[in-house]
Design a protein around this ligand. Sequence first.
Ligand SMILES: C[S@@+](CC[C@H](N)C(=O)[O-])C[C@H]1O[C@@H](n2cnc3c(N)ncnc32)[C@H](O)[C@@H]1O
Length: 231
Amino acid sequence: MSNAQTEQLKKFVFSSKRTVHGESLEEKLEIIIPELLQASYSFYTWPSAPVLAWFVWENRQEFYGKKVLELGSGTALPGIVAAKCGAQVTLTESSTLPKSLAHTKRSCQVNNLAVDKHVRVIGLSWGLFSNNLDSLGPVDYILGSDCFFEPATFEDILVTISYLLDTNPNAKFFCTYQERSSDWSIEHPLLKWDLECIVHNINNLGSSVGLNIHDLIGGHSVHLLEISRKS
Ligand SMILES: C[S@@+](CC[C@H](N)C(=O)[O-])C[C@H]1O[C@@H](n2cnc3c(N)ncnc32)[C@H](O)[C@@H]1O
């Protein structure tokens, strides 16, 4: 449940410039994210989220009309950008965290996305084979920002990803990973679940409008990964 007294609204602006027939075209999208700073995990936009959201924004033509599922959405910046760019989006949060789910819905509401009309918001806990997982329907893209935030969760999320890639063989999982310890690695669970990973370069995200993506993530080290079934 959001608390009006402690809620802060954070603005994220996405823009791009391109030249068409000699004319400079600028496109812009503003997203407002409500945050509860005293709370944990899902009520705050982690540094990984703007990176993944910029990736979606810059590839918006690819996402247009596609079925997009976001895992561990929290404040849901990447999923909301996808929805604003014309994707059919399902945002998810742990089924055991009703306040987090309510906050994901609040993020939608603040951005004029009606739940059950413009976006779906459902409970989906990683590693559990629930009815919600079964009833998702086809998925083209899976998004996950900072879902590998502690090693205890690595296996659970990859079990869910493995299942989703089995049921949607052409789907791709794009996720952002914040390096928190050099001792942590997803390499072993990826191998175990027969998955492979490509690292995408993030340095050019936003470059058409002079953005330095590293200014958005402070001193953190964030990687953009594409995880798929091993070929
Ligand atoms: C570090 S936060 C990232 C939130 C958001 N994606 C972002 O980047 O701002 C991790 C998110 O995963 C959710 N989460 C944690 N464990 C989960 C689980 N077992 N199943 C589903 N979601 C989970 C948390 O509630 C939280 O929203």
